[in-house]
Design a protein around this ligand. Sequence first.
Ligand SMILES: Cc1cc2nc3c(=O)[nH]c(=O)nc-3n(C[C@H](O)[C@H](O)[C@H](O)COP(=O)(O)OP(=O)(O)OC[C@H]3O[C@@H](n4cnc5c(N)ncnc54)[C@H](O)[C@@H]3O)c2cc1C
Length: 297
Amino acid sequence: MERFMPLYDERAELAPRDVVARSIDDQLKKRNEKYVLLDISHKPREKILSHFPNIANECLQHGLDITRQPIPVIPAAHYMCGGVRAGLQGETNVHGLYVAGEVACTGLHGANRLASNSLLEALVFARRAVQPSIDHMKSSSLDLSASNLWTQPVVPKSLGSDVMHKILRITKEVRKELQSVMWKYVGIVRSTTRLQEAEQKIGELEAKWETYLFEHGWQQTMVALEACELRNLFCCAKLVLSSALARHESRGLHYTIDFPHLEESKRLPTVIFPDSHSMSTWSSRQLHQHSTCQSAV
Ligand SMILES: Cc1cc2nc3c(=O)[nH]c(=O)nc-3n(C[C@H](O)[C@H](O)[C@H](O)COP(=O)(O)OP(=O)(O)OC[C@H]3O[C@@H](n4cnc5c(N)ncnc54)[C@H](O)[C@@H]3O)c2cc1C
């Protein structure tokens, strides 16, 4: 078995995640393989089992003993760098809205992320946000009269079960297609041309989906979990694309072959505003705040 990681980085498998992911991606493309092998069998069995009990057990359930055999691996998305812009108490620029966890962009991680930082982000920041949000609720007198003027959301019962079945099926298919475009074109190694292609494909896909829904009797006021989630996924995908196109350097996991180097003058978060040209009417209504939205490996 040939060790390839030292060819890319002297820290080999212990290089940062973005470096390891790009190296694996490069090897998979060069060798036209579906996975690479991660071998830890040179370590004592007891040590492997005490350090990695969960992964050892999981692999064993699939017939793989990692104390003796190498593990097939591929890169996968495990984290979203970026999110809703937040301050040190989880506050956003929408008065009374607090965010914590992976949805927040606090600046803790920058353009890369160290392993196991979820604790810091999800627990520490959630705790920090609690008291200010309670104080906000106590101190502000909420004026809900404006919401009486809004059109009320409705469950799409009037469409009938046959139409709803068709709408849910197409929504599921479009969701899969969107995920596939994002993985293929906006994944580990990017280029401006491929990002633009993705932008076009996603725009067309969204238009196709919306047209289908409205041609089948869907109304602006209708809400269904699957439709809301897909609309939000389109919104996030376009934010990731806009951020990637705006960054003319490579930093951490934001890697593009057109600007492969780090540029200190560009050490700034990408902030996307709701009136950005790439947001559709549906999506821009979702975005009541500035967001940085970048992607993950
Ligand atoms: C494969 C993989 C490996 C990872 N490994 C690590 C690791 O080793 N170490 C580490 O620190 N982090 C790791 N992470 C990242 C970590 O799991 C996440 O960053 C963390 O769980 C985020 O926590 P959260 O509470 O912010 O969000 P989530 O855990 O995503 O929780 C959000 C919750 O909101 C719910 N929800 C969503 N929409 C709605 C809605 N409309 N209404 C009501 N509820 C809703 C969801 O069902 C979910 O329960 C990994 C992630 C992945 C995918």
